[in-house]
Structure formats: structure tokens, C-alpha cells
Design a protein around this ligand. Structure first.
Ligand code: IDP
Ligand code: MG
Length: 149
């Protein structure tokens, strides 16, 4: 079953949207394997956003993502990566579809509430940046036979 990495960014924490984001994923049937709140150190943020190094918004993105606590989550489910990207919505919240997290709760690209992996490769890379193996729980949930054929 596919894994994804989701972060409720510092703006989502400040705006009390942690429960909202987790609740949406839980109700969808996605399984949480790991969850923690911490303030991401600069070096970790650089690694997380390495693909954006050199872009004009890179420094402000680092400043923002390290500005306060965020919530890191490992999520598992069928097609978890694309399912969660669809739930999150477009990068620019003012263009994100209604009903998506960004489309419901955001207005500005630099304050778009959540991060979600864009591929299984990114998911593996991001999970290993934010979590050690021992922090990730593998377990059976009682609703699985009612979620999956
Ligand atoms: P994504 O989060 O939808 O995958 P990316 O293009 O990977 O979007 O960009 C990573 C993050 O960098 C965005 O979520 C957003 O916070 C920030 N970002 C991207 N483009 C801009 C921009 O043009 N201005 C300011 N921030 C940006
Ligand atoms: Mg991205």
C-alpha cells in the first residue's frame, strides 16, 4: 500500500487546522503511520525543499517553514500520493478547487497550509528526512476489510 508524507505547515498549526487536515484524511480511509509536531531545523528544511533551491521564493519558503511548529505525518492508503494531492488542491490556494484543503482554507501561495508528496519517490525521500524507521508504526486497522475489496 502506498505511502505519502504530509505536513501541516506552520500557518496551518497557527490557524488551528491540524485537526481539520487529519480528520479529512482519516475520514477518507487513509491510515496514519506516524505523526509528530516539531519546528523544522534549517538544514532539514533545505533538504526537504532541495528541488526549489535557487528559486526566488526559496529563502522566504525556508524562513516560513522553520518559523514555528509544523506537523509531520506519514500516511498510507491505496494511491495515497495522488489521492492526497487531489485533496490538498493546487499550489496557489486562490486557484485551488473548492472542496480541497487549500481551496477551502487558503488564499496565498506562500501560506498554503499543507505539503503533500508529489510522487512515491518524493514520499520515500521526505519520510526519511522527517522520520526514523522506529517512529513509523505498522498495524492493522479494523475497518480495512470495509475500505478495500
Ligand atoms: P506544492 O507544495 O503544491 O508541491 P511546489 O511547486 O512544490 O508546490 O512548491 C513548494 C512550496 O513552495 C509551495 O507549497 C509554496 O509554499 C511555495 N511556493 C511555490 N511557488 C511559490 C511562489 O511562486 N511564491 C511563493 N511561494 C511559493
Ligand atoms: Mg512540491
Amino acid at each position: 500500500m502506498q505511502l505519502s508524507y504530509v505536513m501541516v505547515k506552520p500557518d496551518g498549526v497557527q490557524r488551528n487546522l491540524v485537526g481539520e487536515v487529519i480528520s479529512r484524511m482519516e475520514k477518507r480511509g487513509l491510515k496514519i503511520l506516524a505523526l509528530k509536531m516539531y519546528t523544522i531545523p534549517e538544514e532539514t528544511a533545505r533538504a526537504h525543499y532541495a528541488e526549489h533551491e535557487g528559486k526566488p521564493f526559496f529563502q522566504s519558503l525556508l524562513d516560513f517553514i522553520t518559523s514555528g511548529p509544523s506537523v509531520s505525518i506519514v500516511v498510507q492508503g491505496k494511491n495515497a500520493v495522488s489521492v492526497i494531492r487531489t485533496m490538498v488542491g493546487a499550489t496557489n490556494p486562490s486557484e485551488a478547487a473548492a472542496g480541497t484543503i487549500r481551496g477551502e482554507f487558503g488564499l496565498d501561495t506562500g501560506r498554503n497550509i499543507v505539503h503533500a508528496s508529489d510522487s512515491t519517490e518524493s514520499a520515500n525521500r521526505e519520510i526519511s528526512i522527517h522520520f526514523s524507521e522506529s517512529e513509523i508504526s505498522q498495524y492493522l486497522r479494523i475497518d480495512e476489510q470495509w475500505l478495500y475489496e
